[in-house]
Design a protein around this ligand. Structure first.
Ligand SMILES: [Zn+2]
Length: 178
């Protein structure tokens, strides 16, 4: 990772400072050195998230639904990209918690760790896409409220599919920096 690229990442983060620099740096370092890692993390997320969301639809408590509702509100109110990326992660971790399956939770946590930089990139690079994320989360919660496992799974899958576009955006951005 060249120092010029780090400088450009700082510019990308803008006024929000350097708090997310490590995550962005990791993302682009990974895209350069080991691009299959992010792709595999996305593939794992695509498998695990819909399954976990379907399980959660049958198991989530009223308290859990209120937690998700609060996380949706906090995401919608958040201004900084770092905060939005963290709240996006917290939302999905909460859903998976209610799937009540430690194997799914472990895979989800590991994939989520590899996707931190990608979430942050999406937040800084596609600020107009934030409403789409918030809307997706609200739709997932609505399916959980209805205890509709199939719908919850379908909405989670649609949400994950969007992340594949973030990856190609990140790759395009990196190619443009060469
Ligand atoms: Zn999300």
């Amino acid at each position: 990772m060249t120092s010029e690229l780090v400088t450009r990442l700082r510019v990308l983060l803008g006024e929000t400072g350097n708090a997310g620099l490590f995550d962005l740096h990791s993302l682009f370092d990974s895209l350069q050195r080991d691009p299959s890692k992010i792709r595999e993390a996305l593939q794992a997320w695509r498998v695990v998230e819909p399954a976990a969301t379907a399980f959660a639809a049958g198991r989530i408590t009223k308290l859990g639904l209120r937690r998700l509702d609060r996380l949706c509100g906090a995401y919608e109110a958040a201004k900084l990209p770092e905060a939005r990326a963290r709240l996006d992660h917290d939302f999905h971790r909460c859903v998976v918690e209610f799937a009540d399956n430690r194997f799914l939770a472990r895979t989800h946590a590991e994939a989520g760790e590899s996707l931190r930089g990608l979430r942050l990139f999406r937040s800084v690079w596609k600020p107009h896409g934030e409403n789409a994320v918030a809307d997706d989360h609200r739709e997932i919660v609505a399916a959980l409220v209805r205890r509709d496992e199939e719908l919850a799974s379908a909405r989670a899958l649609a949400h994950v599919a969007v992340a594949e576009r973030w990856l190609s955006d990140a790759q395009d951005w990196l190619a443009g920096q060469g």
